[in-house]
Design a protein around this ligand. Structure first.
Ligand code: NDP
Ligand code: BG6
Length: 499
């Protein structure tokens, strides 16, 4: 990893949440580790009235809360902040884009750099199209830069609202940018632990041979959050967990654990395999949506001995909302490797535990040497890949307990990032922004798999419109979710890993 090319980063919605919580902390961390050359600058583009100094102060305050490198040294920040500018602008105003064009022109001349521009859409999806049109109409893309340089577009999730809207957003984007210039962010792909799933599977000889339906009984993927929706009611109530987590992060985790080895470890081959995998998910009939997909919404409860409100009572929430804050589902992947292996996915808010993990359960012993009850008593082998917190991998197996009897007890072999590497991993956004600038799309969603994932999720959303909504709320805050989600897996003789 070396110094990045000189570049200009334009952040639309720079006054907002994501810019302060994730983007600037990542940019600062990259800068303080020496990845940015002197010739780079960041332009904040938003409606809020601020001058450069006021904007820089909001960034400093945010870094002191959100940056891995906190507390931020004032002198270091002073040097960093010389690269930050702010343009008070409007997203649907031609003059704002012309002003941006002139500003970029002048700065590129001053810094003697080519117009390498990254446009980052850190705005609500409803105004993406305004910005894309603004960039197009003011001729701010690479095709118009006669002296070379690049222009790239970074799009945050959610990418669309359903299959049709994702498709039309995609066409809109591709009418201005080429696919190789588009970076659809799914920050789960920037997590070290998610990238390590590929290393675990493809850099070791011992796991891949047993990674199939001959040896694996079932796989559970859980992204459980103890937090509620906080101040994001406007956004969340239109999305629900089905769009907020299942369509993107959960599909990426599923892909990572289940894709075929790519021919070469590069963006195209990995993304080809992901598209193939997602295409192999067995489509749901309406009956499948009824039987295999469980939705929930949280009720009041107690978290850390303090009462918390129900979802319907969150600030700004419509009282009759039927949005899902929990989804569990069972799916099958119809291909040679996974035929017959159920995948159970669940994600929700206000749950008893905050953890994201993939658990691979191996088949039970065909026969036990250790007594008639042995097959039932000896636990299935399993591998737990913990994405967060306590990042690591645990292999569970049976071992003989010391003593004169042949008693088999479950034991674990543990790999833990912190103790093995003694390094704090970069935040997902640091890795993703670095990759955007060097032009590596491996960790970004490609249009085809985004649409394939939407096809599956849209079949659930459409199915829900045709069947009765459960009586919400249907699970208490600080619980494991709706009881029906337990029944979904218990009916197959299996249980969720709630440890
Ligand atoms: P914000 O609601 O904070 O919006 C960002 C900025 O956009 C605001 O500061 C505001 O700037 C402008 N804005 C907001 N609403 C409107 C509107 N209706 N019309 C015009 N401008 C508006 O969003 P976030 O920063 O939270 O999210 C930005 C993007 O990132 C979204 O696509 C979101 O889905 C995604 N995202 C956010 C995450 C988060 O944790 N926040 C996590 C993952 C993805 P101004 O008024 O100054 O122009
Ligand atoms: C975001 C979702 O994409 O991911 C949030 O919009 C969710 O609702 C968050 O809380 C989870 O991310 P992480 O990195 O905390 O697991």
């Amino acid at each position: 990893m070396g110094e990045l090319d000189p570049s200009i980063i334009v952040i639309f919605g720079a006054s907002g949440d994501l810019a302060h919580i994730k983007i600037f902390p990542a940019l600062y961390a990259l800068w303080s580790e020496g990845f940015f050359p002197d010739s780079f600058f960041i332009i904040g583009f938003a409606r809020t009235g601020m001058d450069d100094e006021t904007f820089r102060k909001t960034i400093l305050d945010a870094l002191n809360v959100n940056c891995r490198k906190k507390p931020v040294n004032e002198n270091d920040f002073l040097n960093f902040s010389k690269h930050i500018f702010y343009l008070k602008s409007k997203y649907d105003d031609k003059a704002s884009y012309e002003k941006l064009g002139k500003f970029v022109e002048a700065k590129a001349l001053e810094y003697k750099i080519p117009k390498n521009i990254v446009y980052y859409l850190s705005i609500p999806p409803s105004i993406y199209v305004n910005v894309i049109d603004g960039i197009k109409n003011a001729n701010l893309t690479a095709d118009n830069f006669k002296k070379g340089g690049f222009s790239k577009l970074v799009v945050e999730k959610p990418f669309g609202y359903d299959y049709d809207s994702a498709k039309s957003l995609n066409s809109e984007i591709l009418s201005v940018f080429k696919e190789k210039e588009v970076y659809r962010i799914d920050h789960y792909l920037g997590k070290e632990t998610v990238q390590n799933i590929f290393a675990f599977r493809f850099a070791n000889a011992i796991f891949e041979p047993i990674w199939n339906n001959k040896y694996i009984d079932h796989i559970q993927i859980s992204a459980l959050e103890s937090i509620g929706v906080g101040s994001r009611s406007g956004y969340f109530d239109e999305s629900g967990v089905i769009r907020d987590m299942m369509q993107n992060h959960m599909m990426q985790l599923l892909s990572a654990v289940a894709i075929e080895p790519p021919a070469i470890f590069d963006a195209d081959d990995i993304r080809n395999e992901k598209a193939k995998l997602l295409k192999s998910i067995r489509p749901y009939s309406l009956n499948d949506v009824k039987n295999f997909v469980i939705r929930g919404q949280y009720d009041r409860g107690e978290v850390c001995n303090k009462p918390v409100v129900s979802y319907k009572e969150e600030a700004g929430m419509p009282k009759d909302t039927i949005t899902d804050t929990y989804v569990a589902l069972k799916l099958f992947i119809d291909n040679y490797r996974w035929a017959g292996v159920p995948f159970y996915l669940r994600s929700g808010k206000r749950l008893k535990k905050h953890k994201t993990e993939i658990v691979v359960y191996f088949k039970k012993l065909p026969y036990s040497l250790y007594g008639r009850d042995g097959v039932e008593k000896i636990k299935q082998n399993s591998i737990i890949i913990t994405i967060q917190p306590n990042e690591g991998i645990v292999i569970n197996f049976g071992a003989k307990m010391p003593g004169f009897e042949m008693d088999i007890e479950p034991v674990s072999m543990v790999f833990n990032y912190k103790s093995s590497f003694k390094l704090s991993p970069p935040d997902a956004y640091e890795r993703l922004i670095y990759d955007i600038i060097i032009g590596d799309q491996t960790l970004f969603a490609r249009y085809d798999s985004t649409l394939i994932a939407w096809q599956f999720i849209t079949s659930i959303i459409n199915g829900w419109r045709k069947i009765d909504t459960p009586a919400f709320p249907n699970y208490e805050a600080n619980s494991w979710g709706p009881k029906k989600a337990d029944r979904l897996i218990n009916a197959d003789g299996r249980v969720w890993n709630n440890n």
